[in-house]
Design a protein around this ligand. Structure first.
Ligand SMILES: Cc1cc2nc3c(=O)[nH]c(=O)nc-3n(C[C@H](O)[C@H](O)[C@H](O)COP(=O)(O)OP(=O)(O)OC[C@H]3O[C@@H](n4cnc5c(N)ncnc54)[C@H](O)[C@@H]3O)c2cc1C
Length: 403
């Protein structure tokens, strides 16, 4: 367990490398990676944390990233980041992708949960949670979706009733990434069942070892235990676990990724890496693309390049002081989901039936999640249509209760 003093000493250490020209920042990361990244870490990063050995390797790597100040450069230096500019964040993502270096274990925590704790948490919550999250000492999951509340998150029914100094939580969450490993959960609950549905929600930071929580892993079609269901039966959560104000959890849920604006570049960087791997594999097995497959590869290359230029244009505008475009995230996610799935399909067309036995087969199944996770493609099209193109609003199933 780390302490406040660790956070402070981390921040002092990090500012030594901190602000400056993007090229100096990039050079110091490249140098650091050359000194610290090992093939075992790269392999563990590719394999994920399904087995305990990989988890241990990745956790040690996460500690090293933190000590070097490279776990989340976009975070404020006070919490172990570097206050990195947009250019520096982009350089970080590019070099980490180029080196195939895994990022911090808490992929959801660092990008999504931490910004909400920084913006809406108490000083005590920030001091308690952020550094162990960034070091990977404590793993976080996010409890939003329920069997009847996914795209329409505000329909969630898991309840929390205040009883003395505790909330008593009852309900069922699903599709919980990292739930099997999680020490903490950022949990969305209904605290006022009489209020309009977006108004009576609160956010709790829940210790996963609390009695009454049952974690049931779900096996996906890739064979992995990626997700869990969480069951809450009379779980007593201390009042101090409330993040933000009571009944104002919708605002917490909507908190933007304020410290990870360049994170959108991760999408095309990941695709670029996989595209290059596919070409390398085709060369290795001696396959030459012809006809429609050749055209398909050229089209994918062009679409990935479009994603890169769209992202770069947006990030440059933010760097010059413009407000982030409200639809940029949705556009990037839409493009990514389509290209990810087309690339997975094309890999099998290119490499032939033999590829159905290897990692490309797993990728073919795994790519299906791209159009669901983090907002489905239909929902993202609605956002682009309504907020980007100004088209009329889609009818909502429960008229009069939308935000
Ligand atoms: C890889 C992955 C990781 C995830 N991790 C987490 C996690 O850690 N924590 C968590 O809480 N959840 C997580 N989820 C769940 C995810 O947020 C939901 O799956 C997603 O929000 C969709 O909800 P749903 O599955 O209930 O589908 P539904 O919302 O029931 O949608 C079903 C279909 O109806 C369409 N649809 C719904 N509403 C509209 C509309 N208004 N207009 C047009 N079409 C519509 C959808 O696009 C979809 O095709 C994860 C999902 C995936 C795939």
């Amino acid at each position: 367990m780390t302490t406040d003093m660790d956070a402070v000493s981390g921040s002092e250490k990090n500012t030594e490398h901190g602000a400056g020209r993007p090229e100096d920042f990039r050079d110091s990361l490249v140098e650091w990676l050359a000194d610290n990244l090992t093939p075992a870490v790269v392999t563990a990063g590719h394999a994920g944390i399904e087995n305990t050995e990989n988890l241990a390797i990745w956790r040690t790597w996460n500690h090293r990233l933190y000590e070097g100040g490279w776990a989340a450069p976009a975070w404020p230096a006070a919490f172990g980041g570097r206050d990195a500019s947009i250019d520096q964040q982009l350089a970080y993502l590019e070099e980490m992708a180029r080196a195939e270096a895994p990022g911090p274990l808490n992929v959801i925590g660092v990008s999504n949960i931490a910004p909400a704790i920084m913006a809406m948490g108490t000083d005590e919550q920030r001091a308690r949670y952020l550094v162990p999250m960034l070091r990977g000492d404590e793993i976080w999951c996010q409890g939003m979706s329920e069997p009847d509340a996914g795209s329409d998150l505000a329909s969630l029914r898991t309840s929390a009733v205040l009883d003395g100094d505790s909330f008593v939580v009852n309900g069922h969450k699903t599709w919980n990434s990292l739930g099997r490993h999680a020490d903490w959960c950022q949990l969305y609950v209904r605290t006022d069942p009489r209020a309009p549905k977006h108004k009576g929600i609160s956010c709790l930071l829940v210790d996963m070892t609390t009695p009454g929580i049952e974690v049931r892993p779900l096996r996906t079609m890739t064979g992995d235990l990626t997700f869990c269901e969480l069951f809450f039966d009379e779980v007593r959560v201390p009042k101090g676990a409330l993040l933000g104000r009571i009944d104002e959890g919708w605002g917490v849920a909507m908190t933007t990724l304020s410290y990870e604006r360049a994170g959108v570049a991760r999408l095309h960087l990941g695709l670029t890496g996989r595209f290059e791997e596919l070409l390398a594999e085709a060369r290795r097995v001696g396959v030459r693309p012809v006809g429609g497959v050749r055209d398909g590869l050229a089209a994918l290359y062009a679409r990935i390049a479009c994603m890169r230029w769209t992202t770069t244009r947006e990030l440059e505008a933010i760097g010059r002081g413009s407000q982030p475009s409200p639809v940029m995230g949705s556009l990037a996610k839409l493009m990514w989901a389509q290209v990810e799935q087309d690339l997975a399909d094309l890999a099998i067309d290119l490499l032939g039936p033999a590829a159905l036995l290897g990692p490309w087969s797993k990728n073919l199944n795994a790519a299906r999640q791209a159009s669901i996770a983090g907002g489905t493609s239909e929902i993202n099209r609605n956002i682009v249509a309504e907020h980007g193109l100004g088209l009329p609003r889609e009818p909502r199933p429960t008229a009069g209760t939308s935000p």
